[in-house]
Ligand binder design. Sequence first.
Ligand SMILES: C[S@@+](CC[C@H](N)C(=O)[O-])C[C@H]1O[C@@H](n2cnc3c(N)ncnc32)[C@H](O)[C@@H]1O
Length: 289
Amino acid sequence: MQKMNNPTSSQPKNNAQTKVNLPYFDFLLAAFSAGNDALASSFGRHVHWGYWPEPKQATLTAEDFAQATEALSQQICSAAFIHDGMSVLDVGCGFGGTVAHINENYTAMQLVGLNLDERQLQRARTTVNAMPSNQVEFKQGNACALPFADHSFDVVLAVECIFHFPDRAQFFKEAYRVLKPNGYLALSDFLPNTRQVPLMALKLPGWSFYGQCNLNCDIKDYRQLAEKTQFAITAERDITCHTLPTYSYLRRLALQQKVTLKRAAIETLAIEVLSRLNWVNYYILALQK
Ligand SMILES: C[S@@+](CC[C@H](N)C(=O)[O-])C[C@H]1O[C@@H](n2cnc3c(N)ncnc32)[C@H](O)[C@@H]1O
């Protein structure tokens, strides 16, 4: 991996969006500070939907959910062909869960987690300790103006975060730029079923628990983005059915914790209904430079 402080001239100026407006992270951080162990054990490491290998056998315990979250990180690592000795950038790294997963399962790794939100990075820095043969760094920055030199990484990951980025095309360009030749970009995202794109473009007015989300990029749009950026798509996996138990888990957790946030309940239910109707699908995508 090249030195982080030695950007090349093709690195864009970091003049894109730098403000974080994600009420769900404000909620989680406040709950962790208040000592809410149940929320910290469910979302203190990964903040994503998880992957339930056998959805019908889901027991919906906290341990089961924790395994599901590790399993999603593993699925995405496999899609990117991650192996020992690689340099990996995890963009939109949250509290560092995927970096922690790689750190615990691979050796001789150079790992960088990037996030817009310094508060999340502070938690990542205190909870993720590099294994003896690995290097781990957490850095503040914007997915659409990556603060790294060209050809810095073997793999770039974006786990369940690309819908927050101001511009998917700009992120693709940036991921392509910082990847070494033949490197992989792997990501997970909620894709509208092609016929439902106009519906997903509708914006609800006012405050939103999940903040600014753009869910109107379907599989055809992704194929076009890949072509424009010169990525070759190597995996397109619809894993929606492996995410569905999470909705029941979240309902159970909200009841146990007496969480009464109406917008959170409405927005989560909306994603659940759209997913069950097959109008929105949860995908893992992998692309090679
Ligand atoms: C749903 S969370 C996923 C976190 C993490 N990938 C995980 O799986 O636990 C979305 C993340 O994207 C980050 N994010 C949103 N916009 C970003 C941007 N423009 N640049 C970098 N990170 C961003 C948020 O701060 C948050 O950590």
